[in-house]
Design a binder for this molecule. Structure first.
Ligand code: ASP
Length: 416
């Protein structure tokens, strides 16, 4: 098994996990348990815990050494502009795909969700306002941000520190830069070790996802799921590869195969944050992007640039509107586009974060919270497979952006 390339191992693990999941589901009629099941699924839990363990030190050291390497001032500003431009354009593209498909297919028209609610709407935590998202970026205490895993806070402080390092006297600056880049190297090394067990982790995660998802509800909201899955597929297989090809001249197939481990990890963990170490490794090792670029674009991208989530926010809210029988004007739809973008920026890179963020969008167009919560409850019940797909799209977009920006900075990619 170990002679086979890692990405093949992961794909095999996904296939085996799907089969095992189906077997477990049939054996235990939708309530899988038993010692073999728990041993297999704990492989997934262990893998995710290991990834989460390295995230904070990895992104912190990576950003500090990356940003201090770019040098403050002009070049940082130039890369920052490119990065934000990329984040915005691709997320908007994704939203427009969601908007068009949902308007054409009309998945929510005529759907009756009464009686399908098996949850308590009170339990859903609602997000703050869009302005809160921006204010929350500034941590009150960087150490607390690190210990509570507040990604935006950590990123903000790390960029600031990286810029600070370029402004102090040469001797101290060199000394500190060395410490940060050495720590970063160590963290990347730990990541490499963890990625070696990715096939086992993916096996556990997929087995669990397949074995525990209930299929009964899927038919009621089948069209809704197909609409979103269709939109995500178009963005993943058409829009992003075309953009990649036009801006780098490299065959997108090459990039897909370089990113297999990251895509599979995103798909099976449903978490951009947990996938981040794998994404960094793939982009640097397989595509040949420098740490300067990847450490700037990827960690921020994992929370800020979520194309899949943006598409989902827009399509999800239109779906809710259709179920409630509300006609949305052009102005309403424009509000949805803008708030969907903000909601995707504010969503954390963790499972189902995008779903909860839908409240920001529904509030902006003035839907009643109580009606919405009922429908969101149903959407929550079928969220896992959609979350797996949108996380994969989120990660892929980050990786495409990183490669495009590295190319525009004159880096030689895919040299080996
Ligand atoms: N799970 C997604 C991610 O981590 C966020 C979402 O729920 O859309 O990228």
């Amino acid at each position: 098994m170990l002679k086979i390339k890692l990405h093949w191992q992961i794909l095999i693990a996904m296939a085996v996990g799907t089969c095992l999941g189906l077997i477990f589901q049939n054996m235990y009629q939708g309530d899988p348990h038993g010692s073999i099941f728990s041993i297999i699924t704990s492989l997934g839990t262990i893998f995710v815990r290991l990834l989460k363990m390295v995230i904070v030190p990895l992104i912190f050291t990576s950003i500090v050494s990356g940003v201090s390497g770019i040098g403050g001032g002009k070049s940082l500003g130039r890369m920052g502009m490119k990065t934000f431009f990329y984040y915005l354009t691709t997320s908007l593209f994704a939203i427009l795909i969601g908007l068009s498909l949902t308007n054409i297919i009309q998945p929510g028209t005529g759907v009756n969700l009464a009686g399908t609610d098996t949850f308590n709407p009170e339990n859903l935590q609602k997000p703050g306002s869009p302005a809160d998202i921006l204010i929350r970026m500034i941590p009150l205490n960087p150490f607390q941000a690190a210990s509570s895993g507040d990604m935006l806070g950590i990123i903000f402080f790390a960029i600031f520190l990286g810029v600070g390092l370029t402004r102090i006297d040469e001797e101290n600056s060199q000394r500190l830069k060395k410490i940060f880049s050495a720590s970063f190297e160590v963290m990347m090394n730990l990541t490499q070790i963890i990625i070696k067990i990715a096939p086992l982790g993916v096996l556990g995660l997929i087995t669990k996802a397949v074995a525990t998802s209930g299929f009964t509800l899927f038919s009621a909201v089948g069209q809704y799921m197909l609409t979103i899955a269709g939109g995500l597929t178009i963005h993943l297989l058409v829009v992003l590869p075309l953009l990649f090809y036009f801006l780098t001249g490299i065959n997108p197939k090459q990039h897909f195969s370089a990113m297999v481990s990251a895509l599979a990890t995103a798909f099976s963990t449903s978490s951009s944050n947990a996938t981040l170490p794998v994404t960094m490794r793939c982009v640097e090792e397989n595509a040949g992007v420098s740490n300067k670029v990847s450490s700037f674009v990827l960690p921020m991208g994992a929370t800020v640039n979520m194309d899949g989530t943006a598409l989902y926010e827009c399509a999800g809210v239109l779906f809710i509107g259709q179920v409630l029988g509300i006609e949305l004007s052009m102005a309403n739809q424009l509000t949805i586009v803008i708030t969907a973008l903000l909601a995707s920026i504010g969503a954390a890179g963790i499972p189902s974060a995008g779903l909860v963020m839908i409240f920001i969008v529904t509030q902006a167009v003035g839907f009643q919270d109580a009606d919405v919560a009922l429908i969101i409850g149903t959407m929550l019940a079928v969220d896992r497979p959609l979350d797996m797909m949108r996380t994969m799209v989120n990660i892929f977009s980050d990786s495409v952006g990183t490669t495009i920006i590295a190319h525009s900075e004159g880096e030689k990619l895919y040299q080996h």
